[in-house]
Design a protein around this ligand. Structure first.
Ligand SMILES: Nc1ncnc2c1ncn2[C@@H]1O[C@H](COP(=O)(O)OP(=O)(O)OP(=O)(O)O)[C@@H](O)[C@H]1O
Length: 460
Protein backbone atom coordinates (compact mmCIF):
# COMPACT_ATOMS: atom_id res chain seq x y z
CA UNK A 1 0.00 0.00 0.00
CA UNK A 2 1.18 3.45 -0.59
CA UNK A 3 0.00 6.97 -0.21
CA UNK A 4 -0.25 8.78 -3.46
CA UNK A 5 -1.82 11.81 -4.91
CA UNK A 6 -4.58 11.36 -7.40
CA UNK A 7 -3.06 14.17 -9.40
CA UNK A 8 -0.20 11.89 -10.30
CA UNK A 9 -2.35 9.14 -11.72
CA UNK A 10 -5.11 10.69 -13.74
CA UNK A 11 -7.49 8.19 -15.24
CA UNK A 12 -10.59 9.56 -16.79
CA UNK A 13 -13.79 7.72 -15.94
CA UNK A 14 -15.10 8.68 -19.33
CA UNK A 15 -12.56 6.27 -20.75
CA UNK A 16 -14.55 3.44 -19.24
CA UNK A 17 -17.81 4.81 -20.46
CA UNK A 18 -16.26 5.04 -23.89
CA UNK A 19 -15.47 1.37 -23.68
CA UNK A 20 -18.16 0.51 -26.14
CA UNK A 21 -16.92 2.96 -28.74
CA UNK A 22 -13.29 2.34 -28.14
CA UNK A 23 -10.44 3.22 -30.41
CA UNK A 24 -8.17 0.27 -31.11
CA UNK A 25 -4.86 2.09 -31.32
CA UNK A 26 -2.00 -0.27 -30.68
CA UNK A 27 -0.66 -0.02 -27.16
CA UNK A 28 2.95 0.91 -26.71
CA UNK A 29 5.07 -2.12 -26.14
CA UNK A 30 6.10 -2.54 -22.57
CA UNK A 31 9.52 -3.56 -23.70
CA UNK A 32 10.39 0.10 -23.86
CA UNK A 33 10.46 -0.10 -20.10
CA UNK A 34 12.83 -3.02 -20.16
CA UNK A 35 15.55 -1.01 -18.45
CA UNK A 36 13.52 -1.31 -15.25
CA UNK A 37 12.57 -4.91 -15.77
CA UNK A 38 14.38 -8.00 -14.75
CA UNK A 39 13.46 -11.23 -16.44
CA UNK A 40 13.81 -13.89 -13.85
CA UNK A 41 15.53 -17.20 -14.07
CA UNK A 42 14.14 -19.88 -11.82
CA UNK A 43 15.82 -20.60 -8.54
CA UNK A 44 16.29 -24.08 -7.30
CA UNK A 45 14.38 -25.04 -4.18
CA UNK A 46 14.71 -28.47 -2.68
CA UNK A 47 11.74 -29.93 -0.80
CA UNK A 48 12.22 -32.43 1.96
CA UNK A 49 9.91 -35.38 1.31
CA UNK A 50 9.46 -38.85 2.75
CA UNK A 51 11.57 -41.21 0.62
CA UNK A 52 8.62 -43.13 -0.87
CA UNK A 53 6.68 -40.02 -1.71
CA UNK A 54 9.76 -38.34 -3.09
CA UNK A 55 10.26 -41.21 -5.51
CA UNK A 56 6.69 -41.26 -6.78
CA UNK A 57 6.49 -37.49 -7.01
CA UNK A 58 9.78 -37.42 -8.86
CA UNK A 59 8.53 -39.96 -11.35
CA UNK A 60 5.30 -38.05 -12.01
CA UNK A 61 7.10 -34.78 -12.33
CA UNK A 62 9.72 -36.14 -14.68
CA UNK A 63 7.01 -37.47 -16.98
CA UNK A 64 5.27 -34.14 -16.95
CA UNK A 65 8.52 -32.36 -17.58
CA UNK A 66 9.28 -34.43 -20.64
CA UNK A 67 5.90 -33.68 -22.18
CA UNK A 68 6.13 -29.98 -21.39
CA UNK A 69 9.62 -29.57 -22.68
CA UNK A 70 8.52 -30.85 -26.02
CA UNK A 71 5.40 -28.77 -26.32
CA UNK A 72 6.68 -25.48 -24.90
CA UNK A 73 9.27 -23.22 -26.37
CA UNK A 74 9.59 -20.79 -23.45
CA UNK A 75 13.27 -20.67 -22.57
CA UNK A 76 13.06 -21.28 -18.85
CA UNK A 77 10.79 -24.29 -19.20
CA UNK A 78 13.86 -26.47 -19.50
CA UNK A 79 14.45 -26.09 -15.78
CA UNK A 80 14.82 -29.34 -13.90
CA UNK A 81 11.49 -29.71 -12.21
CA UNK A 82 12.77 -32.22 -9.75
CA UNK A 83 14.39 -29.24 -8.08
CA UNK A 84 11.14 -27.33 -7.84
CA UNK A 85 8.56 -29.81 -6.79
CA UNK A 86 5.09 -28.44 -6.24
CA UNK A 87 2.93 -29.68 -3.38
CA UNK A 88 1.30 -33.11 -3.55
CA UNK A 89 -2.11 -31.51 -3.68
CA UNK A 90 -1.19 -29.56 -6.74
CA UNK A 91 0.23 -32.63 -8.45
CA UNK A 92 -3.17 -34.29 -8.77
CA UNK A 93 -4.50 -31.20 -10.44
CA UNK A 94 -1.45 -31.02 -12.64
CA UNK A 95 -1.90 -34.54 -13.87
CA UNK A 96 -5.49 -33.81 -14.88
CA UNK A 97 -4.39 -30.59 -16.46
CA UNK A 98 -1.56 -32.17 -18.36
CA UNK A 99 -3.84 -34.88 -19.77
CA UNK A 100 -6.53 -32.45 -20.80
CA UNK A 101 -4.46 -29.53 -21.93
CA UNK A 102 -1.29 -30.84 -23.39
CA UNK A 103 -1.33 -28.36 -26.20
CA UNK A 104 -3.02 -25.59 -24.34
CA UNK A 105 -0.33 -23.14 -23.34
CA UNK A 106 -1.51 -20.17 -21.34
CA UNK A 107 0.61 -17.11 -21.91
CA UNK A 108 0.62 -14.71 -19.00
CA UNK A 109 2.59 -11.80 -17.64
CA UNK A 110 3.59 -12.26 -14.01
CA UNK A 111 4.12 -9.02 -12.07
CA UNK A 112 5.96 -9.63 -8.83
CA UNK A 113 6.26 -6.98 -6.13
CA UNK A 114 9.41 -7.83 -4.14
CA UNK A 115 8.36 -5.21 -1.59
CA UNK A 116 5.07 -6.82 -0.55
CA UNK A 117 4.31 -8.05 2.95
CA UNK A 118 7.37 -9.62 4.57
CA UNK A 119 9.27 -9.12 1.29
CA UNK A 120 8.94 -12.80 0.59
CA UNK A 121 7.26 -12.58 -2.83
CA UNK A 122 10.29 -13.97 -4.64
CA UNK A 123 10.51 -16.95 -2.35
CA UNK A 124 6.76 -17.49 -2.54
CA UNK A 125 6.74 -17.43 -6.32
CA UNK A 126 9.90 -19.30 -7.21
CA UNK A 127 9.69 -21.95 -4.51
CA UNK A 128 5.96 -22.52 -4.08
CA UNK A 129 4.18 -21.47 -7.23
CA UNK A 130 6.30 -21.32 -10.35
CA UNK A 131 6.69 -25.07 -10.86
CA UNK A 132 2.97 -25.71 -10.45
CA UNK A 133 2.12 -23.06 -13.01
CA UNK A 134 4.70 -24.27 -15.48
CA UNK A 135 3.56 -27.85 -15.20
CA UNK A 136 -0.02 -26.83 -15.81
CA UNK A 137 0.88 -25.12 -19.06
CA UNK A 138 1.55 -21.51 -18.16
CA UNK A 139 4.20 -19.78 -20.25
CA UNK A 140 5.25 -16.91 -18.03
CA UNK A 141 7.09 -13.68 -18.52
CA UNK A 142 8.10 -12.62 -15.03
CA UNK A 143 8.73 -8.96 -14.27
CA UNK A 144 9.66 -7.61 -10.86
CA UNK A 145 8.42 -4.14 -9.98
CA UNK A 146 11.21 -1.66 -9.43
CA UNK A 147 9.21 1.19 -7.88
CA UNK A 148 5.74 2.07 -6.62
CA UNK A 149 3.50 2.51 -9.64
CA UNK A 150 5.54 0.19 -11.86
CA UNK A 151 2.81 -2.46 -11.99
CA UNK A 152 0.40 0.16 -13.28
CA UNK A 153 2.83 1.23 -15.99
CA UNK A 154 3.34 -2.39 -17.02
CA UNK A 155 -0.38 -3.12 -17.20
CA UNK A 156 -1.09 0.04 -19.15
CA UNK A 157 1.63 -0.52 -21.74
CA UNK A 158 2.06 -4.25 -22.15
CA UNK A 159 1.28 -5.62 -25.61
CA UNK A 160 -1.80 -7.69 -24.79
CA UNK A 161 -0.98 -10.22 -27.50
CA UNK A 162 2.05 -11.29 -25.44
CA UNK A 163 -0.13 -12.21 -22.44
CA UNK A 164 -3.57 -13.11 -23.86
CA UNK A 165 -4.37 -15.33 -20.86
CA UNK A 166 -3.94 -12.72 -18.20
CA UNK A 167 -1.71 -10.92 -15.75
CA UNK A 168 -0.79 -12.71 -12.54
CA UNK A 169 0.07 -10.48 -9.59
CA UNK A 170 2.41 -11.79 -6.91
CA UNK A 171 2.05 -9.49 -3.92
CA UNK A 172 -0.72 -7.78 -2.00
CA UNK A 173 -3.95 -6.02 -2.85
CA UNK A 174 -1.98 -2.90 -3.77
CA UNK A 175 -0.27 -4.44 -6.76
CA UNK A 176 -3.57 -5.92 -7.98
CA UNK A 177 -5.09 -2.45 -7.72
CA UNK A 178 -2.25 -0.99 -9.74
CA UNK A 179 -2.74 -3.59 -12.47
CA UNK A 180 -6.48 -2.91 -12.56
CA UNK A 181 -5.89 0.83 -12.90
CA UNK A 182 -3.26 0.26 -15.56
CA UNK A 183 -5.65 -1.88 -17.60
CA UNK A 184 -8.55 0.53 -17.24
CA UNK A 185 -6.37 3.43 -18.36
CA UNK A 186 -5.56 1.85 -21.73
CA UNK A 187 -6.72 2.96 -25.15
CA UNK A 188 -7.73 -0.60 -26.04
CA UNK A 189 -10.02 -0.72 -23.04
CA UNK A 190 -12.44 -3.28 -24.38
CA UNK A 191 -9.70 -5.90 -24.75
CA UNK A 192 -8.03 -4.87 -21.50
CA UNK A 193 -11.26 -5.41 -19.56
CA UNK A 194 -11.42 -8.96 -20.85
CA UNK A 195 -7.93 -9.72 -19.60
CA UNK A 196 -8.24 -11.72 -16.38
CA UNK A 197 -6.15 -10.89 -13.33
CA UNK A 198 -4.65 -13.71 -11.31
CA UNK A 199 -3.47 -13.32 -7.72
CA UNK A 200 -0.78 -15.15 -5.81
CA UNK A 201 -1.08 -13.83 -2.26
CA UNK A 202 2.23 -12.61 -0.83
CA UNK A 203 1.24 -9.25 0.65
CA UNK A 204 0.38 -7.92 4.08
CA UNK A 205 -3.29 -8.68 3.65
CA UNK A 206 -4.75 -10.25 0.54
CA UNK A 207 -8.38 -9.59 1.31
CA UNK A 208 -9.54 -9.75 -2.32
CA UNK A 209 -8.45 -13.28 -3.17
CA UNK A 210 -9.41 -14.55 0.29
CA UNK A 211 -12.91 -13.03 0.21
CA UNK A 212 -13.75 -13.77 -3.41
CA UNK A 213 -11.93 -17.02 -4.15
CA UNK A 214 -11.53 -18.38 -0.60
CA UNK A 215 -7.77 -18.61 -1.04
CA UNK A 216 -5.16 -17.21 1.27
CA UNK A 217 -2.01 -19.22 0.66
CA UNK A 218 0.15 -19.26 -2.46
CA UNK A 219 0.01 -23.02 -3.03
CA UNK A 220 -3.81 -23.01 -3.13
CA UNK A 221 -3.65 -19.97 -5.39
CA UNK A 222 -1.36 -21.83 -7.79
CA UNK A 223 -3.69 -24.81 -7.74
CA UNK A 224 -6.70 -22.60 -8.51
CA UNK A 225 -4.82 -20.94 -11.36
CA UNK A 226 -3.78 -24.34 -12.70
CA UNK A 227 -7.37 -25.60 -12.61
CA UNK A 228 -8.42 -22.63 -14.76
CA UNK A 229 -11.70 -20.79 -15.02
CA UNK A 230 -12.70 -17.21 -14.25
CA UNK A 231 -14.68 -15.36 -11.64
CA UNK A 232 -16.53 -12.21 -12.72
CA UNK A 233 -16.22 -9.29 -10.36
CA UNK A 234 -17.80 -5.83 -10.16
CA UNK A 235 -15.46 -2.89 -10.52
CA UNK A 236 -16.06 0.45 -8.83
CA UNK A 237 -14.67 3.89 -9.51
CA UNK A 238 -13.79 6.55 -6.94
CA UNK A 239 -13.81 9.98 -8.50
CA UNK A 240 -12.43 13.16 -7.03
CA UNK A 241 -15.20 15.32 -8.42
CA UNK A 242 -13.46 18.73 -8.45
CA UNK A 243 -10.37 17.42 -10.21
CA UNK A 244 -12.24 14.96 -12.44
CA UNK A 245 -9.75 12.25 -11.60
CA UNK A 246 -10.76 8.62 -11.12
CA UNK A 247 -9.22 5.62 -9.41
CA UNK A 248 -10.66 2.11 -9.78
CA UNK A 249 -11.04 -0.60 -7.18
CA UNK A 250 -12.25 -4.15 -6.57
CA UNK A 251 -12.41 -4.37 -2.77
CA UNK A 252 -13.50 -1.28 -0.83
CA UNK A 253 -13.18 2.45 -0.45
CA UNK A 254 -13.23 4.19 2.91
CA UNK A 255 -12.97 7.54 4.66
CA UNK A 256 -12.44 8.34 8.34
CA UNK A 257 -10.50 6.27 10.85
CA UNK A 258 -9.42 3.48 8.47
CA UNK A 259 -8.09 5.95 5.88
CA UNK A 260 -6.16 7.73 8.63
CA UNK A 261 -4.64 4.43 9.82
CA UNK A 262 -3.68 3.61 6.26
CA UNK A 263 -1.84 6.89 5.90
CA UNK A 264 -0.04 6.55 9.22
CA UNK A 265 0.90 2.91 8.58
CA UNK A 266 3.03 3.84 5.58
CA UNK A 267 5.57 5.40 8.00
CA UNK A 268 6.22 1.95 9.47
CA UNK A 269 6.19 -0.17 6.32
CA UNK A 270 9.94 -0.80 6.24
CA UNK A 271 10.35 -1.56 9.93
CA UNK A 272 7.15 -3.46 10.66
CA UNK A 273 5.87 -4.99 7.44
CA UNK A 274 2.29 -6.26 7.89
CA UNK A 275 2.29 -5.34 11.62
CA UNK A 276 2.33 -1.68 10.63
CA UNK A 277 -1.49 -1.64 10.58
CA UNK A 278 -1.71 -2.75 14.22
CA UNK A 279 0.76 -0.12 15.44
CA UNK A 280 -0.77 2.63 13.30
CA UNK A 281 -4.24 1.59 14.48
CA UNK A 282 -3.25 1.84 18.14
CA UNK A 283 -1.53 5.20 17.65
CA UNK A 284 -4.48 6.63 15.75
CA UNK A 285 -6.88 5.26 18.35
CA UNK A 286 -4.96 7.08 21.09
CA UNK A 287 -5.01 10.36 19.17
CA UNK A 288 -8.44 9.95 17.65
CA UNK A 289 -9.74 13.08 15.92
CA UNK A 290 -13.36 13.92 15.14
CA UNK A 291 -14.44 13.11 11.62
CA UNK A 292 -17.28 15.08 10.06
CA UNK A 293 -18.71 14.31 6.67
CA UNK A 294 -21.61 15.03 4.39
CA UNK A 295 -22.79 11.80 2.81
CA UNK A 296 -25.28 11.22 -0.02
CA UNK A 297 -26.16 7.77 -1.18
CA UNK A 298 -28.39 6.27 -3.79
CA UNK A 299 -30.27 3.08 -3.13
CA UNK A 300 -30.36 0.49 -5.97
CA UNK A 301 -34.15 0.42 -6.10
CA UNK A 302 -36.03 3.43 -7.28
CA UNK A 303 -39.03 4.33 -5.18
CA UNK A 304 -41.06 7.19 -6.56
CA UNK A 305 -43.11 7.44 -3.36
CA UNK A 306 -40.00 7.71 -1.18
CA UNK A 307 -41.39 4.93 0.98
CA UNK A 308 -38.57 3.08 2.74
CA UNK A 309 -36.18 3.56 -0.16
CA UNK A 310 -33.35 2.04 1.82
CA UNK A 311 -32.72 -0.96 3.93
CA UNK A 312 -31.74 0.41 7.31
CA UNK A 313 -30.57 -1.75 10.13
CA UNK A 314 -31.58 0.85 12.68
CA UNK A 315 -34.41 3.23 12.12
CA UNK A 316 -33.50 5.33 15.17
CA UNK A 317 -30.38 6.55 13.48
CA UNK A 318 -32.09 9.59 12.11
CA UNK A 319 -32.92 10.53 15.72
CA UNK A 320 -29.25 10.79 16.57
CA UNK A 321 -28.82 14.46 17.40
CA UNK A 322 -25.36 14.47 15.86
CA UNK A 323 -26.58 13.31 12.46
CA UNK A 324 -28.91 15.31 10.28
CA UNK A 325 -30.42 13.29 7.47
CA UNK A 326 -33.09 13.49 4.82
CA UNK A 327 -34.15 12.12 1.47
CA UNK A 328 -34.61 13.86 -1.82
CA UNK A 329 -35.30 12.99 -5.41
CA UNK A 330 -32.97 13.94 -8.24
CA UNK A 331 -35.44 15.44 -10.71
CA UNK A 332 -33.20 14.77 -13.72
CA UNK A 333 -32.97 11.02 -13.10
CA UNK A 334 -35.83 10.29 -10.75
CA UNK A 335 -33.38 8.64 -8.36
CA UNK A 336 -33.97 8.75 -4.64
CA UNK A 337 -31.11 10.04 -2.59
CA UNK A 338 -30.54 9.91 1.12
CA UNK A 339 -28.41 12.70 2.48
CA UNK A 340 -26.87 13.14 5.92
CA UNK A 341 -24.34 15.32 7.63
CA UNK A 342 -22.63 14.65 10.93
CA UNK A 343 -19.88 12.79 12.76
CA UNK A 344 -18.79 9.43 11.43
CA UNK A 345 -15.97 7.24 12.70
CA UNK A 346 -15.95 5.54 9.37
CA UNK A 347 -17.63 5.37 5.99
CA UNK A 348 -16.90 2.10 4.20
CA UNK A 349 -18.11 1.14 0.74
CA UNK A 350 -17.52 -2.58 0.10
CA UNK A 351 -17.61 -4.47 -3.18
CA UNK A 352 -17.33 -7.91 -1.56
CA UNK A 353 -17.65 -9.04 2.03
CA UNK A 354 -14.11 -7.95 2.83
CA UNK A 355 -12.59 -10.67 4.94
CA UNK A 356 -9.12 -9.77 6.19
CA UNK A 357 -6.75 -12.67 5.52
CA UNK A 358 -4.74 -11.98 8.67
CA UNK A 359 -7.57 -11.33 11.17
CA UNK A 360 -7.71 -13.14 14.49
CA UNK A 361 -11.15 -14.67 13.88
CA UNK A 362 -11.31 -13.67 10.22
CA UNK A 363 -14.51 -11.63 10.61
CA UNK A 364 -16.22 -10.11 7.59
CA UNK A 365 -16.87 -6.40 7.23
CA UNK A 366 -19.91 -6.52 4.92
CA UNK A 367 -21.65 -9.90 5.31
CA UNK A 368 -24.32 -9.24 2.67
CA UNK A 369 -21.95 -8.05 -0.03
CA UNK A 370 -21.38 -10.13 -3.15
CA UNK A 371 -18.54 -9.44 -5.55
CA UNK A 372 -20.78 -9.71 -8.62
CA UNK A 373 -24.21 -8.54 -7.46
CA UNK A 374 -24.15 -5.15 -9.20
CA UNK A 375 -24.36 -3.17 -5.98
CA UNK A 376 -22.10 -1.76 -3.30
CA UNK A 377 -22.56 -2.18 0.45
CA UNK A 378 -22.27 0.97 2.52
CA UNK A 379 -21.40 0.80 6.21
CA UNK A 380 -21.75 4.01 8.20
CA UNK A 381 -20.27 4.08 11.68
CA UNK A 382 -21.97 7.10 13.20
CA UNK A 383 -20.61 9.28 15.95
CA UNK A 384 -17.19 9.81 17.47
CA UNK A 385 -15.03 8.89 20.45
CA UNK A 386 -12.75 6.10 21.53
CA UNK A 387 -15.39 4.16 23.46
CA UNK A 388 -17.61 3.87 20.39
CA UNK A 389 -14.67 2.88 18.20
CA UNK A 390 -13.55 0.28 20.73
CA UNK A 391 -17.08 -1.20 20.89
CA UNK A 392 -17.17 -1.36 17.10
CA UNK A 393 -13.80 -3.06 16.90
CA UNK A 394 -14.66 -5.67 19.53
CA UNK A 395 -18.08 -6.36 17.98
CA UNK A 396 -16.46 -6.63 14.56
CA UNK A 397 -14.16 -9.41 15.75
CA UNK A 398 -17.27 -11.51 16.38
CA UNK A 399 -19.15 -10.18 13.36
CA UNK A 400 -21.69 -8.47 15.64
CA UNK A 401 -20.87 -4.96 14.48
CA UNK A 402 -24.04 -4.61 12.39
CA UNK A 403 -26.10 -5.08 15.55
CA UNK A 404 -24.69 -1.92 17.11
CA UNK A 405 -27.21 0.94 17.22
CA UNK A 406 -24.74 3.41 15.72
CA UNK A 407 -23.92 1.26 12.69
CA UNK A 408 -25.95 1.54 9.51
CA UNK A 409 -25.74 -0.96 6.64
CA UNK A 410 -27.22 -0.09 3.25
CA UNK A 411 -27.04 -1.53 -0.26
CA UNK A 412 -26.24 1.35 -2.60
CA UNK A 413 -25.55 2.25 -6.22
CA UNK A 414 -23.52 5.35 -5.53
CA UNK A 415 -22.09 7.21 -2.55
CA UNK A 416 -20.83 10.80 -2.41
CA UNK A 417 -18.68 11.84 0.56
CA UNK A 418 -17.48 15.32 1.45
CA UNK A 419 -15.19 15.84 4.45
CA UNK A 420 -16.25 18.83 6.53
CA UNK A 421 -13.91 21.29 8.29
CA UNK A 422 -10.52 19.94 9.28
CA UNK A 423 -11.47 16.29 8.78
CA UNK A 424 -8.83 14.20 7.02
CA UNK A 425 -9.64 14.48 3.33
CA UNK A 426 -7.98 11.28 2.10
CA UNK A 427 -9.90 8.31 0.74
CA UNK A 428 -8.60 4.74 0.80
CA UNK A 429 -9.20 2.43 -2.17
CA UNK A 430 -8.12 -1.22 -1.91
CA UNK A 431 -5.37 -0.21 0.52
CA UNK A 432 -4.12 2.71 -1.57
CA UNK A 433 -4.59 6.16 -0.08
CA UNK A 434 -5.86 8.81 -2.48
CA UNK A 435 -5.05 12.28 -1.32
CA UNK A 436 -6.63 15.44 -2.58
CA UNK A 437 -6.23 19.12 -1.94
CA UNK A 438 -8.84 21.41 -0.42
CA UNK A 439 -12.30 20.07 0.37
CA UNK A 440 -12.67 17.19 -2.05
CA UNK A 441 -15.89 15.43 -2.90
CA UNK A 442 -15.41 11.70 -3.42
CA UNK A 443 -17.91 9.86 -5.56
CA UNK A 444 -17.93 6.07 -5.43
CA UNK A 445 -19.98 4.19 -8.03
CA UNK A 446 -20.02 0.88 -9.88
CA UNK A 447 -18.90 0.64 -13.49
CA UNK A 448 -21.37 -0.73 -16.03
CA UNK A 449 -18.90 -3.52 -16.86
CA UNK A 450 -17.32 -6.32 -14.84
CA UNK A 451 -13.73 -7.47 -14.62
CA UNK A 452 -12.48 -11.06 -14.36
CA UNK A 453 -10.30 -12.83 -11.84
CA UNK A 454 -8.36 -15.92 -12.87
CA UNK A 455 -9.52 -18.99 -10.99
CA UNK A 456 -12.70 -20.10 -9.30
CA UNK A 457 -13.69 -20.61 -5.71
CA UNK A 458 -12.61 -24.14 -4.69
CA UNK A 459 -16.23 -25.02 -3.89
CA UNK A 460 -17.59 -24.02 -7.31
N1 LIG B 1 9.72 -2.25 -6.08
C1 LIG B 1 8.94 -1.53 -5.31
N2 LIG B 1 9.45 -0.68 -4.40
C2 LIG B 1 8.65 0.04 -3.59
N3 LIG B 1 7.31 -0.01 -3.61
C3 LIG B 1 6.74 -0.81 -4.50
C4 LIG B 1 7.52 -1.62 -5.38
N4 LIG B 1 6.66 -2.35 -6.14
C5 LIG B 1 5.42 -2.00 -5.75
N5 LIG B 1 5.46 -1.09 -4.77
C6 LIG B 1 4.33 -0.49 -4.05
O1 LIG B 1 4.08 -1.28 -2.89
C7 LIG B 1 2.70 -1.13 -2.56
C8 LIG B 1 2.22 -2.28 -1.74
O2 LIG B 1 2.28 -3.44 -2.45
P1 LIG B 1 1.37 -4.71 -2.13
O3 LIG B 1 -0.02 -4.35 -2.02
O4 LIG B 1 1.78 -5.71 -3.14
O5 LIG B 1 1.89 -5.22 -0.71
P2 LIG B 1 1.34 -4.99 0.75
O6 LIG B 1 1.03 -3.59 0.99
O7 LIG B 1 2.28 -5.64 1.66
O8 LIG B 1 0.01 -5.85 0.76
P3 LIG B 1 -1.51 -5.39 0.98
O9 LIG B 1 -1.77 -4.31 -0.03
O10 LIG B 1 -2.30 -6.62 0.68
O11 LIG B 1 -1.62 -4.94 2.38
C9 LIG B 1 1.99 -0.97 -3.88
O12 LIG B 1 1.00 -0.01 -3.77
C10 LIG B 1 3.06 -0.51 -4.85
O13 LIG B 1 2.81 0.80 -5.29
Amino acid sequence: MSSRSLVRSPVSCSAVNECFSYNSRRPRSYYQYSNTMKLQTPQAGQMLLPRKLWKSTRLQTTLLTQRRTVSNCCSDLSTTYTEQLPSYLALNVLQDQSNAKQNNIRKVLVILNPNSGFRSSREVFYKKVQATLKLSGFAMEVVETAYAGHAKVLASTVDLSTCPDGIICVGGDGVVNEVLNGLLGRDDLKEALQLPIGIVPAGSDNSLVWSVLGIRDPVSAATALAKGGFTPIDVFAVKWIQAGVTHFGLTASYCGFVADVLQLSENFRLQLGPFRYVIAGILKFLSLPQYKFEVDYLSPEKNPNLESPIEKCHGQLSDDSKVKSGTYMDSSTGDNWVTMKGEFLGILVCNHFCKPAQGLFSPVVAPKAQHDDGSLDLILVHGSGRLRLFCFFVAYQFCWHLLLPFVEYVKVKQVNVRPVGSTHSGCGVDGELLQAEGQPEWQCSLLPVQGRLLGRHPRT
